[in-house]
Ligand binder design. Structure first.
Ligand code: M3P
Ligand code: FE
Length: 311
């Protein structure tokens, strides 16, 4: 398929409690590549196989969580067109100037019904993956440093009124609903989780219904294989990184996964597998009763911390 419109997960700015501890964690334990620090003291990283300058930005603050997430669109004409479409739906947008984030063009920022700051942008400089563009080797030293995910893959965000987010993502931003989880029959089976794709990934973003706005459940890093996910588990053990769930496989989206916490209490995922849905595929539904296996396929466990703890 042609990937146009909104292309991919671009960046997430995370709040961390101690920059030096966090910088070491994201660089040496997760194994991201540090690409810069700005005048505000924010520190920038990319995963080794990403080409854009940055995907994770850390900001020191008094509480953990996510400041905003950004998605890269095809070009500036797309950015203008999506901004117009948002405004026509009554969604207020503002422009953040080029350069406010290192190596990043102008961003169109707006607030989602779930209380998250979300943005679109068309330009971020390519710094490459270190392998070059001519007869490149399949990997280099950055792929062997820490867990070494290949990319920032998606975010899962918690907040109220995910139905209104779904309308914006499917009717304005060109995403489609790949999987969903329903609430209890007694409650009328409202959607309690939605997995939305703008590509051939099972999800580029996901939302779970939650009373408190603007919450981060996790940022997710793509690993190149299930074996690499298991190696990430070894590295978590070696570094005494607290694990929330896994290694296991989700029924939802079929990913092979581990969830763990960064030193500030932000959850992150390392995952592989899943499948590649096409735009004509029908949505997969998980019932409330079936969701235990949707979450943890082998055991069907409804992990309490996974379902309840957010930052
Ligand atoms: C993922 C994933 C929930 C499932 C989450 C699934 C909240 O994060 O990457 O497939 O039940
Ligand atoms: Fe995930």
């Amino acid at each position: 398929m042609a990937i146009t419109g909104v292309m991919r997960t671009g960046h997430a700015q995370l709040r961390v409690l101690d920059m030096e501890v966090s910088r070491k964690f994201y660089r040496d334990v997760i194994g991201l590549v540090e690409t810069g620090e700005d005048a505000q003291g924010r520190v920038y990283f990319k995963a080794w196989d990403e080409r854009d300058h940055n995907s994770i930005v850390l900001r020191q603050a008094d509480s953990a969580g996510v400041d905003f997430v950004g998605y890269r669109v095809l070009d500036n004409a797309t950015l203008d067109q999506l901004e117009r479409a948002l405004k026509e739906r009554g969604i207020g947008t503002r422009r953040i100037p080029k350069g406010e984030m290192l190596e990043t063009g102008e961003r169109v920022r707006f607030n989602l019904p779930t209380g998250h700051e979300f943005e679109l942008y068309a330009e971020k400089n390519h710094v490459g993956n270190g392998l070059g563009l001519l007869n490149p080797p399949p990997w280099g030293k950055d792929a062997e440093h820490g867990m070494a995910p290949v990319r920032l893959d998606h975010c899962l965000l918690y907040g109220p009124n995910i139905a209104a987010n779904k309308t914006i993502f499917t009717e304005v931003l060109g995403f489609r609903l790949v999987e969903r989880v329903l609430g209890p029959v007694e409650a009328g089976e409202p959607e309690v989780a939605i997995f939305l794709s703008c590509s051939n990934k099972t999800h580029d973003i996901a939302f779970v219904e939650h009373p408190h706005p603007g919450k981060l459940h996790h940022v997710s890093f793509r690993m190149s294989s299930w074996e690499r996910v298991q190696r990430a588990a070894d590295i978590m053990g070696m570094n005494r990184v607290p694990i929330d769930m896994g290694p296991t496989r989700h029924g939802v989206t079929r990913g092979e996964t581990i969830y763990a916490w960064d030193p500030s209490g932000n959850r992150f995922e390392t995952f592989a597998g899943g499948y590649e849905p096409y735009p004509d595929w029908e949505t997969i539904t998980w019932t409330f009763e079936g969701f235990g296996h949707g979450l943890d396929y082998p055991t069907g466990t409804l992990h309490e911390s996974f379902l309840g703890v957010v930052s």
